[in-house]
Ligand binder design. Structure first.
Ligand code: FES
Length: 549
């Protein structure tokens, strides 16, 4: 028997002594303010607890080490002290999605108890392992400073909001988020909730010769195992083009390593994941197309319609060739940007429940109406039979626009008539959801002797990866913004998106504009070097203004 005090209450536990404190807190004690952002890799610090007055990560602390321990989570901080810290965070705007915030509040408490007047460098050091993808650390440092000052003066912090017109209001739900009382999807629990886990492809491109689910079905706790054959409606879906299969069927080829081949539903997540490992897939591995330029001309076709997803051209003014021949200063340069992961701290999760004559889904998506439409088609139900409830997301940045696990959870509920949750671990999240497009760009820019831009020619190639997502729109946006914030009378721009067997690419903050801005600004700097122009002045004199377009 392991006994400890948690937030002032005695707890006794005689189960598996190896389970982590994080699992105990979330699954048994139902304290969900401690978050699982890195799947037990001790990397994000979202699962921070205070154990015997010391900060400790609960994901790497087995329960067997906690006999006699005093454990505190954000719920155990005395109300008055907690209000001071939380209100300091609210006033400084240090709470955004809130996924990381309960751990930050607890860290602040531990820091200020040990060092009531920390210097900025000491605050930075205390928070150096806390990952936050939304807020920005300056606001967090300011909040810690504000809380320290209030505690030093023994004053409370009240929120300076009167509700009068012209005054900012506190961010909606921010207090609840800060103390972990506003649930994310993985924090919700329902009677009889089953767990789903997915079998992903072992190869980016391979023909599926067979899928054997017999051993997985026999694993203790397993309720059912499903493959593509079990999908009642449309198997392919997508935000714009229906090219993404819910599950790849026997006889078909995979397009990337995030393709799903089968799914297990079990009494708990551990059993579901163990059973997934027992699914045997026979593959014929095929050469994968991993280079976007090769994809343009390759005989390997990612999809039967060819590898060109979309192309877009924008021309204005005179033919640019003539201008380049005559202009006194011309630069030409290639630019390349990389695929970028959103790294939202809350990985994907969805819960589906039988509901009336259909299915209800709790989704963290950035587009619940799109979820609803697509899930109805996949299940062969009318849209009225699908209800999607938006649960605030723990960071998205564009990476949660496409369906990831919502449709799998809905399908498994539809087939079992039981509530099902699917929660991706960090590794699965990384391989499954779309990223920022890598671009290869060729820029040619000309100006006259005074530095006035004369002509721009741009060719952009974007790697959309295995599926379309919103790739065509990203490249269209890139083309539209390729000349930056500048007036250029003659332009010739072409943007293409191609399919490859890489991870799909889709929406991410900036939506294609970041990449071309990097190239455009780089080209201007090259022109400045060549023509000895001032880097500010050339931008100022060429900037768009009223009446110019
Ligand atoms: Fe920190 Fe969103 S507020 S991860």
């Amino acid at each position: 028997m392991i006994e400890f005090v948690l937030n002032g209450y005695k707890h006794s536990y005689d189960g598996d002594p190896e389970i982590s404190l994080l699992k105990y807190l979330r699954n048994i004690a139902k304290i969900t303010s401690v978050k699982d952002g890195c799947s037990g890799q001790a990397y994000c610090n979202d699962c921070l607890t205070e154990i015997n007055q010391k900060p400790q990560l609960s994901c790497i602390t087995p329960l067997k080490k906690l006999n006699g321990a005093q454990i505190t989570t954000v719920e155990g901080i005395p109300q008055k002290l907690r209000d001071i810290i939380v209100n300091a965070f609210l006033i400084e705007g240090a709470v955004q999605c809130g996924y990381c915030t309960p751990a930050m509040i607890l860290r602040t408490k531990i820091l200020l108890e040990n060092n009531p007047d920390p210097a900025i460098v000491e605050i930075r050091k205390a928070f150096k392992n806390h990952l936050c993808r939304c807020t920005g650390y300056l606001a967090i440092i300011a909040a810690v400073k504000r809380a320290a000052l209030a505690l030093k003066k023994q004053k409370s912090i009240s929120l300076p909001y009167s509700g009068k017109i012209g005054q900012s209001l506190p961010k909606y739900d921010a207090y609840e988020k800060a103390i972990g009382a506003s649930p994310f999807v993985d924090d919700l629990s329902f009677e009889g909730l089953l767990a789903g886990a997915l079998k992903f492809s072992d190869f980016p491109r391979a023909r599926i010769l067979s899928i054997n689910i017999d051993e997985a079905k026999k694993y203790p706790g397993v309720v059912a195992v499903f493959t593509a054959d079990d999908i009642p409606g449309e198997r392919f879906n997508g935000l714009i083009i229906d090219d993404w299969p819910v599950m790849v069927a026997k006889g078909e080829s995979t397009c990337y390593i995030g393709d799903v081949l089968a799914g297990v539903v079990a009494e708990n997540e551990d059993s579901a994941r163990e059973a997934v490992n027992l699914i045997q897939v026979e593959y014929e591995e095929l050469p994968a197309l991993t280079d976007m330029e090769t994809a343009e001309t390759s005989s390997i076709k990612v999809h039967s319609g060819g590898n060109l997803l979309d192309s877009c051209k924008i021309k204005r003014g005179k033919p640019v060739d003539e201008i380049f021949q005559q202009a006194p200063f011309v630069v030409e340069q290639k630019f390349e940007t990389q695929r970028i992961e959103h790294a939202f701290l809350e990985t994907e999760a969805a819960i589906a429940l039988p509901y009336d004559e259909g299915i209800r889904i709790y989704s963290q998506s950035q587009g619940v109406y799109e979820d609803r439409k697509q899930i109805a088609r996949i299940l062969g139900l009318s849209i009225d039979q699908i209800q999607v409830i938006l649960i605030p997301t723990g960071g998205g940045f564009g990476g949660k626009e496409d369906l990831t696990v919502q449709h799998h959870a809905a399908l498994f509920t539809f087939l079992t008539n039981r509530p099902v949750k699917i929660h991706l671990n960090r590794e699965e999240s990384l391989i499954m959801h779309p990223k920022r497009h890598p671009f290869r760009m060729n820029y040619q820019l000309a100006c006259d002797k005074k530095g006035n831009f004369q002509a721009l020619r741009v060719k952009i190639l974007g790697d959309s990866g295995a599926y379309a997502s919103v790739g065509m729109k990203v490249l269209q946006r890139a083309a539209g913004h390729a000349s930056g914030a500048y007036y250029i009378p003659n332009v010739d721009i072409e943007a293409k998106a191609v399919y490859t067997n890489n991870l799909p690419c889709g929406a991410m903050r900036g939506f294609g504009v970041n990449q071309v801005t990097f190239a455009m600004e780089g080209s201007i700097d090259q022109l400045c070097k060549k023509g000895k122009f001032d880097r500010f002045q050339i931008r100022y004199q060429n900037a768009l203004d009223k009446g110019l377009c």
